[in-house]
Write a protein that binds this ligand. Structure first.
Ligand code: CTP
Length: 354
């Protein structure tokens, strides 16, 4: 892992990057921990460009050999308010203390930049080998319930299982959830976890969805096949009002909820109701009524050729009658998609009785 050309006896690769290298997977972030003051250390690196410093956290982002690298000072943390961001207990603590604040054994491995030695205080190597996700202590989910989602995320991503005790702690927590939690943090993990139906299925069947809201929910009958977008899964829940959403995400969920409550009996109704809404809300609707979505996909390209200008050319003044006329033609065209423009004109004349 000599990807950064940095060697120091106090500098370690830490967390995901070590795990991913052992799993022979690509890692997105380069995370290092410095046993001491990372900011001072960063300033001493030749040719490093300092991009960002977070003094209170003792973290620094640098650019070196065209790579962005995060270096954190070793730190220990405590959770005075369960479910919220931890606060720092000590900066420049020992590597072992730093590792013990982390979520799972597989994420608590360090690798010396100097010798390449793997430092494993928690049994992470064994768990990687046995494909297990294991918390480091019994309060892990109580301190930080977002870890329940992280466990699911890693489990789906790597095909790992939660170890028995971790599973028991998860179930205990889910029976007694503290809803005074940071929903912003929860949202971040929801986004990264709900990226497949497989993950969503477990999210629902294992009761993890209760972190979002206690209202009972059953897995819809029809799966979503091809979406990595978290909102199409999360939006299926009956109450997601706690989760911060963008305007666009809110609109998707609203469109889906509207669609759920209307009856669509004809091609015309299907066409009109599904034409001007987001593809995401249609994907969501397919979990309730895939036949209707299938029908929509068959007819959605049908368009009438006649336009307002044509009607004006017949001397018809613009009014709400225009739309009624277009709909009148559309109804016919949905039954007979091969209608030509001149046939549409005849239908328009029939409509206006001219
Ligand atoms: N961590 C934690 N508890 C959390 C979030 C993170 O203990 N709620 C720790 C883990 O040790 C993790 C490290 O912080 O390895 C970095 O977090 P993050 O970048 O989210 O995790 P990665 O393991 O790098 O995951 P990914 O591969 O998805 O980036």
């Amino acid at each position: 892992m000599d990807i950064i050309g940095l060697k120091d006896k106090n500098l370690y690769f830490i967390g995901g990057i070590v795990r991913d290298e052992l799993l022979k997977r690509e890692s997105i972030d380069i995370d290092l921990t410095y046993n001491g003051n990372a900011v001072e250390f960063a300033h001493s690196i030749k040719n490093a460009e300092i991009l960002q410093i977070n003094e209170p956290f003792g973290t620094v982002k640098i650019k070196l050999n065209n790579k962005e690298i995060d270096i954190a000072s070793t730190r220990s943390e405590i959770y005075p308010k369960k479910g919220h961001l931890p606060i720092i207990k000590k900066i420049a603590c020992s590597l072992k203390e730093d590792v013990m604040r982390r979520d799972f054994t597989i994420n608590a491995l360090a690798k010396s930049t100097l010798t390449g030695e793997i430092i494993d205080y928690t049994g992470g190597l064994e768990d990687l080998k046995n494909k297990k996700i294991r918390v480091l202590h019994n309060n892990s989910f109580i301190d930080d319930p977002t870890r329940i989602l992280r466990a699911l995320k890693f489990s789906v991503r790597f095909g790992f299982e939660l170890d028995e005790h971790t599973k028991k702690l998860q179930n205990e927590y889910l029976k007694n959830i503290n809803y005074d939690i940071s929903y912003k943090r929860l949202q971040k993990e929801l986004k990264e976890t709900l990226t497949s139906w497989k993950a969503f299925e477990r999210f629902v069947n294992e009761g993890i969805y209760k972190l979002v809201s206690p209202i009972d929910f059953k897995l819809p009958k029809f799966p979503i096949k091809n979406s990595k977008n978290w909102i199409v899964y999360l939006g299926l829940l009956p109450d997601i009002s706690n989760i911060p959403l963008t305007k666009k995400e809110k609109k998707i969920v609203e469109e889906y909820n509207n669609l759920k409550n209307i009856k669509l009996d004809s091609d015309f109704e299907i066409y009109k109701s599904l034409s001007n809404i987001s593809k995401e809300s249609i994907i969501m609707y397919s979990t309730i009524n895939p036949k209707i979505v299938e029908r929509f996909n068959q007819i959605k390209e049908i368009k009438i050729s006649l336009n307002g200008e044509d009607l004006q050319n017949f001397g018809i003044k613009p009014s709400e009658k225009y739309q009624q006329c277009f709909d009148f033609i559309l109804k016919r065209k949905l039954k007979n998609p091969s209608l030509s423009k001149s046939e549409e004109i005849s239908i328009a004349k029939e409509f206006f009785e001219i």
